[in-house]
Design a protein around this ligand. Sequence first.
Ligand SMILES: Nc1ncnc2c1ncn2[C@@H]1O[C@H](COP(=O)(O)OP(=O)(O)OP(=O)(O)O)[C@@H](O)[C@H]1O
Ligand SMILES: O=c1ccn([C@@H]2O[C@H](COP(=O)(O)O)[C@@H](O)[C@H]2O)c(=O)[nH]1
Length: 240
Amino acid sequence: MTSKPLFKRVLLKASGEALMGEQGFGIDVAVVDRIADDIAEVRAMGVEVGVVVGGGNIFRGVAVASKGGDRVTGDHMGMLATVINALALATSLRKLGIDTEVLSAISMPEICQSFSQRAALHHLQKGRVVIFAGGTGNPFFTTDSAAALRAAEMGAEAILKGTQVDGIYSADPKKVPDATRFDSLTHDEVLNKGLAVMDVAAVALARENRIPIVVFSIHEAGAFAKIMTGGGRATIVRDH
Ligand SMILES: Nc1ncnc2c1ncn2[C@@H]1O[C@H](COP(=O)(O)OP(=O)(O)OP(=O)(O)O)[C@@H](O)[C@H]1O
Ligand SMILES: O=c1ccn([C@@H]2O[C@H](COP(=O)(O)O)[C@@H](O)[C@H]2O)c(=O)[nH]1
């Protein structure tokens, strides 16, 4: 028997970087299929699921800027990378028979629908998984900010950030091996301690809209469903 989920509607921020698997670049279909399985498991609990996918496996605008190129063009390229990832994830979900719609912040009607809050709510209410592509549609932002923005627009009860690490640490655990892990934090603590697992704009927007953030490892199969029923290894960020 499936336990009752904690939330009725959530926003999953899926790491773009995770999609490349061991390849070092691009998309490993086996990884995308596995993440789709995890989303399908949560959808089967009756939870409405929106997804924002990152683009770090393909392109980040800062890579252009760091070589003296134009940051805005780089960010446009990064946002297009998130569309590629969204299409890959939609394909994996549809293979499982999950009704899925991709809504892009950048209009490309030959490829997918354009984002509007109305369209997003309509698809969620129909039981479809909605993948929000193209980030916020604006340069100088990240898909973390897009996740917080879309979560607020769709009235999500939580943002689940599925990333490379299993929670928030006192410092980046990839650089500081003896960093200590938090079970829970407030949004203010994340900002005041400068814990860089998510960008400042995203955490501030989640704080303003009183949306909890759960940080967990997207590499652990089944973790998304475990968190939805109050288990799993994660750090929860909430306003009390
Ligand atoms: N205090 C911290 N606690 C945990 N992770 C941290 C911390 N500071 C920095 N990080 C790093 O932040 C990373 C997550 O950042 P980021 O959102 O850029 O990656 P991502 O989830 O792979 O997203 P994408 O590839 O979609 O951009 C973690 O993999 C971790 O190495
Ligand atoms: O709203 C947004 C979202 C993203 N970008 C650009 O895309 C890349 C990839 O996103 P990640 O969050 O880093 O995975 C990002 O680095 C930006 O260059 C954007 O401009 N606006």
